[in-house]
Design a binder for this molecule. Structure first.
Ligand SMILES: *[C@@H]1O[C@H](CO)[C@@H](O)[C@H](O)[C@H]1NC(C)=O
Ligand SMILES: *[C@@H]1O[C@H](CO)[C@@H](O)[C@H](O)[C@H]1NC(C)=O
Ligand SMILES: *[C@@H]1O[C@H](CO)[C@@H](O)[C@H](O)[C@H]1NC(C)=O
Ligand SMILES: *[C@@H]1O[C@H](CO)[C@@H](O)[C@H](O)[C@H]1NC(C)=O
Ligand SMILES: *[C@@H]1O[C@H](CO)[C@@H](O)[C@H](O)[C@H]1NC(C)=O
Ligand SMILES: *[C@@H]1O[C@H](CO)[C@@H](O)[C@H](O)[C@H]1NC(C)=O
Ligand SMILES: *[C@@H]1O[C@H](CO)[C@@H](O)[C@H](O)[C@H]1NC(C)=O
Length: 676
């Protein structure tokens, strides 16, 4: 089912809505919810917090230092303790947050995740982190994990960058410094946090990562028995504060669940809680003759309820698909659609980039300069590409742009808008905090992070998925023409996001590839593209093959052989090892063998199939995706690399290309745009 993203979202949110309804009734007591993005329906916003574009901001968004506090609380009371069985729940939560600052160096104070018996928790700004105020310190009960960015000696803070567990007081029981696990709270990056409490272990862990993969080791681990603090009903939420700073605290998604209660109990026990929420407290499952009747009735409800919703779900799904099929035929794209990209005013972009200030430059590309833009109104960060060309054919440009703008895929860098004013052309994109794949892949080891195998495989799959979309699933086939590691950007969770799609076509219509060949592109071009200059989906497949070989081997497409001047082509090198039956030796040495051999072999073989010199032998992207996610068999790769002969020679020698590609490594490739 290829629903367009917006429909899919409606579809999914309906599913989540159902999940919220079904889960608590079938797993009495254990509750689970998931907010992939936020809506007001289930949340209470207190103080200065606000909701914008599905993201909760907890403190006031001002460019000038201010003091502010805010909180957001899930309306559903959650059962943490069952007085009848004396069972205290375990819980786990995951949320993504970012701490941004408009004015560097004015940090403070931080945010908390809290559990509280009160659904109106809101405290003072400053060191109170919006959790309590001075007069309530003894009165207000809470269990909180603080993510603190200011040293507040009043509360015995160890430093201005720590995570701590707080119970009924802001003097933490235990703190830890996330920098020890490579997390910089003030980096502005999206950080995913996990908080797990297991009542049987009497242990609470806090973990954090820039990616969606939970690290093996927690940042903070506290031996503590929370059973005397976890009440029968509590509310969960977030709070944050500033004091004379401009820090922004954003929460982007959140899921929460309790577990540990006994499973399904057929009898429903109505509670005194005034609202008719879905929380159902467990009752001891005594099955004796006096209440057997109830049991049967209850059991009926438990089975009939979900079954009913399943039917509703299927009907809803069917209607959605039908409706979508109808709207699909309506091809007119309206750039002014509320959810789609919009036109920005020049003034707006100018102020967001501090007048295109040099300190805001992220990189340079063929299209022009890329700036980091901070929009005060929404508290969001974007990347703005400013063309250095003057564009006469504005109408034609906008027509092309509307095609690009209509593309939606989770692995595309989304175009947020454009501006064609004052003879200038500006494009506004999502900002990608982790830069480009080549930067991360070839980072000096001492600079920290090495992409793990699971992340690499995920990058290969995500890229295959978006290319399948561009080639085979969107209304008008899009050939990317310039797939390479510097055009694959990484979002906060290291998911791949393909950039610059369609721009090559937008910029240059009929130039041959070689006449516009830019540094660092050469190793990615299919032989027939160099020969005939025609980009097809198969030339994209070739470039994709080179990219995934790079990801698997950690080597550039064309690289100097160590201790010699010889240039090595990555495809030839891997194919050579394959011929000798030593394929697995191509694996990136820096991984230290920490990868699944079967997946590594698969990725390398798919890479070779895609980089087959004979375009007829290359698989389509859909097939590649199926192979990678295990739905299709691997293709047979010939033991020897097939030879293709062309009558005319390529007008560049390998040495020339390499001197180019060395320049490339010194230039800042972030957000670079190259024309093939
Ligand atoms: C969200 O709100 C809806 C309707 O008010 C309710 O049925 C659902 O259970 C709520 N979900 C959560 C997670 O609180
Ligand atoms: C807060 O809880 C009280 C009952 O304790 C309830 O009456 C009230 O509606 C709740 N408020 C919100 C916003 O959920
Ligand atoms: C629960 O604890 C209370 C007080 O400690 C005790 O009186 C009661 O018997 C316990 N109930 C169960 C089911 O263990
Ligand atoms: C503390 O909170 C209470 C109630 O929320 C409020 O009335 C009081 O003014 C607050 N005190 C301070 C010092 O902020
Ligand atoms: C916390 O982390 C420790 C060490 O990694 C682990 O042994 C323990 O099971 C974890 N506890 C929870 C509640 O996840
Ligand atoms: C429910 O209400 C009854 C009587 O109104 C009261 O005795 C009991 O303590 C209440 N239970 C809870 C959990 O509030
Ligand atoms: C059934 O349960 C009730 C209350 O839990 C108890 O009083 C009664 O003795 C039980 N009857 C049998 C037959 O177990």
């Amino acid at each position: 089912m290829n629903l367009p993203p917006r429909k899919l979202l409606v579809f999914l949110s309906f599913f989540f809505f159902l999940e919220c309804l079904i889960l608590p009734t079938t797993l009495a007591g254990n509750l689970k919810f998931d907010f992939p993005s936020f809506t007001l329906r289930n949340l209470t916003l207190l103080g200065d917090s606000y909701l914008r574009n599905g993201v909760v901001g907890l403190t006031r968004e001002l460019g000038v230092p201010s003091s502010s506090s805010g909180s957001v609380i899930c309306n559903t009371p959650i059962t943490f303790f069952d007085p009848e069985t004396n069972i205290t729940a375990s819980f786990s939560t995951r949320f993504s947050f970012s701490i941004n600052n408009i004015n560097p160096n004015s940090y403070g104070d931080g945010l908390t995740f809290f559990l509280s018996p009160d659904n109106q928790t809101l405290g003072s700004p400053g060191g109170y982190l919006g959790l309590v105020n001075s007069s309530q310190l003894t009165k207000n009960k809470f269990v909180a994990v603080e993510i603190d960015t200011r040293l507040d000696s009043h509360f015995d803070d160890p430093n201005e960058h720590h995570v701590g567990l707080d119970i009924d007081s802001l003097n933490s029981i235990k703190t830890a410094d996330p920098t020890l696990r490579g997390i910089d709270l003030k980096s502005g990056n999206l950080i995913t946090a996990w908080i797990d409490y297991k009542n049987d272990q009497k242990n609470l862990n806090v973990s954090m990562s820039y990616s969606s993969f939970k690290p093996a080791k927690p940042i903070l681990s506290v031996k503590i028995d929370l059973s005397s603090y976890l009440k029968e009903f509590m509310y969960v939420g977030f709070s944050a504060s500033t004091e004379g700073s401009t820090e922004l605290h954003l929460i982007e998604d959140w899921s929460f669940q309790t577990f540990g209660f006994r499973p399904a109990r057929p009898r429903f026990h109505p509670h005194n809680v005034s609202d008719n929420s879905v929380t159902v407290t467990p009752v001891i499952p005594v099955s004796n003759s006096t209440n057997k009747h109830h049991n049967n009735l209850g059991l009926g409800l438990v089975i009939a309820g979900p079954a009913f919703f399943c039917i509703v779900f299927v009907v809803f799904g069917w209607v959605s698909v039908k409706k979508w099929k109808e709207t699909k035929t309506d091809k007119s794209f309206k750039p002014e659609l509320l959810t789609g990209p919009r036109e920005f005013s020049y003034k707006e972009l100018k102020s967001a980039t501090k007048g295109f200030h040099s300190s805001r430059i992220l990189g340079h590309g063929a299209f022009g300069t890329v700036y980091k833009a901070f929009f005060l109104g929404s508290g969001t960060i974007s990347a703005v590409k400013r063309s250095k060309h003057t564009h006469e054919g504005k109408t034609e440009f906008l027509a092309e742009l509307s095609i690009i703008a209509s593309l939606r895929h989770k692995n595309l860098v989304q175009l947020q808008g454009w501006c064609a004013e004052k003879g200038e052309l500006l494009l506004v994109y999502e900002f990608m905090p982790n830069g480009s794949l080549d930067e991360v892949l070839y980072q000096e080891p001492e600079q920290g992070m090495l992409l793990k195998w699971s992340q690499r495989y995920n990058i290969a799959m995500g890229t295959a998925s978006v290319l399948t979309y561009l080639h085979q699933e969107c209304e008008q086939q899009v050939i990317h023409r310039d797939i390479k590691t510097s055009n694959i950007l990484l979002d906060g969770n290291f998911n791949p996001r393909l950039g610059d799609f369609g721009l090559a076509r937008l910029m240059e219509h009929d130039k041959s590839p070689v006449s516009t060949l830019t540094a660092g592109t050469m190793g990615y071009l299919a032989p027939e593209y160099l020969q005939f200059g025609k980009a097809t989906e198969k030339t994209d497949v070739f470039s994709y093959g080179v990219v995934i070989l790079e990801v698997a081997c950690g080597r550039r497409p064309i690289e100097k052989e160590p201790n010699s001047q010889k240039m090595v082509n990555l495809v030839d090198w891997v194919w050579g090892l394959y011929s000798e039956g030593k394929l697995i030796e191509a694996a990136d040495k820096r991984l230290n063998g920490e990868f699944k051999e079967e997946e590594m072999r698969k990725l390398l073989l798919v890479g070779l199939s895609c980089a087959n010199p004979d375009c007829m032998e290359r698989p389509l992207m859909r097939r590649v995706l199926q192979i990678l996610n295990g739905e299709a068999e691997l293709l047979v790769v010939p033991k020897m690399k097939p030879c293709l002969t062309f009558s005319c020679s390529i007008p560049l020698s390998l040495e020339e290309i390499v001197s180019d590609s060395e320049e490339q490594t010194t230039a800042s490739p972030l957000y670079e745009l190259k024309i093939a």
